[in-house]
Design a protein around this ligand. Structure first.
Ligand code: ADP
Ligand code: MG
Length: 678
């Protein structure tokens, strides 16, 4: 039988059974073989009865000394078989399974597996699995028994039997990893590994099998990424830029600061890429406040110098405006013609911008998703920058790239991407990391507070404002509807502006406001006219007001760690000591752990890793959204070392000509595959 054959070809699998299997996502032989056990019953270790630990599963072996059935009520049967092994006794108890009586006879030896309980001063196992085994045959039965996640009406023993059949009958289980890789990584063969993951003889064998299957998954994922990379590098000639000249030097000189070492290195990487033959695909990864904008500004200057246009796409209107202000500020007087295009740009202005853009009279276009519209046409687009990349999907970035011919691509993200993610989702990108912060920064002091400290916090905010600093107050998204959230935020605003801080100038910004009003409030906050800004999480990404020193977050338990870190990153951007105050009423475990991690950890990378661990690897951010495949044997969090090995091997093999087209198509199908071959 072939791996692609339907399970209905197996003996005893009719439409009914097929339907049950379908509920588990099993349609083909391959699906069945890849349906790995969730755990194993350990029959390898027989526990002496006197050493049983209550509430734990164990295997015991003994002789039946008594069998009795009680029928306390007409339709009720309680069967008890008493086993002894010389150290103690265990009662095997079965409710309403009178037929079991025939399975036990005095003097017989029984191997039983179940959960030990203490009942009526006896050790008991309810519904234990049993085998009648004479001492001479015992070794044959000492194995690990697979346990699968099942669905109604599908018994474990039936599932085990189906998988046995599939293993015996699958013909095309040829080795799919290159022999060299197998040898070098000392991996188990494919057929052997599949048999051993389902029916391992020992834990060592189970481990080796899992390692092999996890490696295989990661290897093909990485091979796909390596092929993607290869195609990119072969298929297109990039825009080969000249070594940086006067305009770049001027831009560098106009920055109001000198670049940090990491910023310099990131820009040097970018220069190398842009001067090369292959289009740049670079991720600039830097913690919030590390100064990525300046690096992007220099890349734009370089592109302009070479006669091409640049596009900078950001996720929010507020951020687009801020970038427009910042960059036009940096470029003051330089011949880098910059325009802003968002969803709220007036029709007449938009028409003019599009006209200029198509005529090549704009060098840099900054904007939101509005840049993706069909009628936004560039004369010569050479550089595409996306900021806060984690807010976009790969598709959106690619949509912008198609507006040019093999443009250079720069991706900036402030949400730190853990190494596992960088190697998988972003595996086809080169990475520059900005780790150090600009000089003179103090770590943001972080506190978690409850209601009892609220008044003290308010008085502290007052003192900071009186000292000339500014304050953010972030309201959580509490309700189901935006409307209710808004009402909650308005209540906070009224309370703060009227009751707590009547002397200070308070402002409010939220997602439902007209863009014009939002813009006005943000500008007032930037210029210091507003001292205290009440906001919903619209200010989460990118906003830069160095004079703000307090970030106060209401309902902090409702935000994820990465989000809280982003919020915290809004302060500590100047030279004054800044504070992040997390307010929560919640006493739940998650809330407690999150608050603890936030107060103890400043490093965004570390927090992101913790965040992943807390949330589990199943839904780490955007993994599936990026078209990445499901993993069955591998765990992207725990298997980082294996992932690194698989990546090295895959890169080497692809460079040596490996073309695993069929394997990739079968495994990943859809989107991931299309990106590689079409
Ligand atoms: P992010 O990486 O979060 O996008 P920004 O680019 O907004 O950070 O920069 C954060 C702040 O740091 C800004 O106020 C910026 O002017 C300032 N900054 C950036 N680079 C430097 C530097 N080398 N020296 C001093 N300040 C800097
Ligand atoms: Mg930024």
């Amino acid at each position: 039988m072939k791996l692609t054959d339907a399970v209905t070809r197996l003996k005893g699998v009719g439409p009914k059974m097929a339907e049950k299997l379908a509920r588990l996502g099993i349609a083909t032989m391959e699906d069945l073989l890849n349906f790995y056990p969730r755990r194993y019953q350990d029959w390898t270790k027989i526990t002496p009865m006197e050493e049983l630990t209550f509430d734990e599963e164990a295997a015991v072996y003994g002789e039946v000394v008594d069998v009795k059935e009680a029928r306390p009520r007409p339709r009720m049967s309680i069967l008890t078989a008493v086993l002894t092994d010389g150290t103690g006794a265990v009662n095997l108890v079965y409710f309403n399974q009178p037929w079991k009586r025939d399975e036990f006879a005095r003097g017989q030896h029984i191997l039983a597996y179940g959960r030990a309980e203490y009942q009526y001063r006896k050790i008991q196992m309810s519904n234990a699995d049993t085998e009648a085994v004479e001492p001479a045959e015992l070794a044959d039965f000492q194995k690990l028994v697979p346990v699968y996640p099942l669905t109604e009406g599908l018994k474990l023993s039936r599932m085990q039997e189906l998988i046995r059949q599939a293993l015996a009958q699958a013909e095309d289980l040829a080795e799919n990893l290159p022999a060299r890789v197998l040898r070098k990584e000392r991996l188990m063969g494919r057929r052997e590994a599949l048999a051993a993951i389902h029916f391992p003889k020992s834990w060592a064998e189970q481990k080796a099998a899992r390692r092999r299957l996890a490696f295989e998954e990661l290897f093909f994922m990485q091979a796909g990424i390596a092929l993607l990379r290869k195609k990119r590098q072969q298929g297109m000639a990039g825009i080969k830029c000249a070594p940086s000249g006067q305009l770049v030097a001027d831009a560098l000189q106009r920055l109001p600061f000198t670049l940090t070492e990491d910023q310099r290195r990131a820009f040097a990487d970018i220069e190398d890429d842009m001067e090369g033959l292959v289009p740049m695909q670079r991720l600039v990864q830097g913690d919030v406040g590390s100064g990525k904008t300046a690096v992007a500004a220099l890349a734009v200057a370089k592109m302009t110098e070479n006669g091409y246009q640049s596009a900078l796409m950001v996720p929010t209107e507020v951020l687009a405006q801020q970038h427009f202000r910042t960059l036009t500020g940096f470029y003051g007087g330089l011949p880098i013609r910059t325009a802003l295009l968002t969803g709220t740009t007036k029709a007449a202005e938009r028409r003019q911008i599009l006209e200029d853009l198509a005529a090549g009279a704009i060098d840099l276009l900054i904007g939101t998703h509005a840049l993706l519209e069909d009628d936004v046409v560039f004369a010569r687009l050479g550089l595409v920058i996306t900021d806060e990349q984690h807010r976009f999907g790969v598709k959106q970035r690619e949509a912008l790239e198609t507006k040019g011919e093999a443009p250079h691509t720069l991706i900036m993200t402030a949400t730190p991407i853990p190494r596992t993610m960088a190697l998988s989702v972003y595996g086809d990108l080169d990475v520059s990391a900005i780790r150090g912060m600009p000089p003179g920064r103090h770590p943001v002091k972080t506190y978690a507070v409850g209601r009892d400290l609220l008044q003290r916090v308010y008085r502290f905010m007052e003192r900071e404002m009186d000292a000339g600093h500014q304050v953010y107050v972030v309201c959580p998204l509490v309700a189901e509807s935006e409307k209710q959230d808004l009402a909650a935020a308005e209540k906070v605003y009224r309370e703060l502006s009227e009751k707590e801080f009547p002397r200070h100038r308070c402002g409010m910004v939220h997602g439902r406001m007209k863009e014009k009003d939002k813009e006005q409030v943000m500008e007032d906050f930037c210029t210091g006219r507003v001292q205290l800004l009440v906001a919903t999480s619209v200010i989460e990404v990118g906003v830069n007001v160095p004079n703000a020193t307090i970030m106060f977050v209401y309902g902090a338990d409702r935000f994820g760690l990465s989000q809280l870190h982003q919020l915290r990153g809004r302060v500590g951007r100047g030279s004054a000591q800044s504070y992040c105050i997390l307010y929560t009423d919640s006493t739940s475990d998650t809330a407690r752990v999150r608050m603890e991690l936030m107060t103890q950890i400043q490093d965004g990378f570390l927090l992101a890793e913790k965040d992943l661990l807390l949330r589990g690897s199943g839904e780490f951010f955007g993994y599936h959204q990026h078209g990445m495949p499901d993993l069955r044997a591998a765990d992207i969090l725990r298997d980082l070392p294996l992932l690194e090995e698989a990546r090295r091997a895959a890169r080497r093999e692809v460079a040596a000509g490996l073309d695993c087209r069929e394997e990739l198509a079968r495994r990943f199908g859809g989107k991931f595959f299309e990106r590689i071959y079409h």
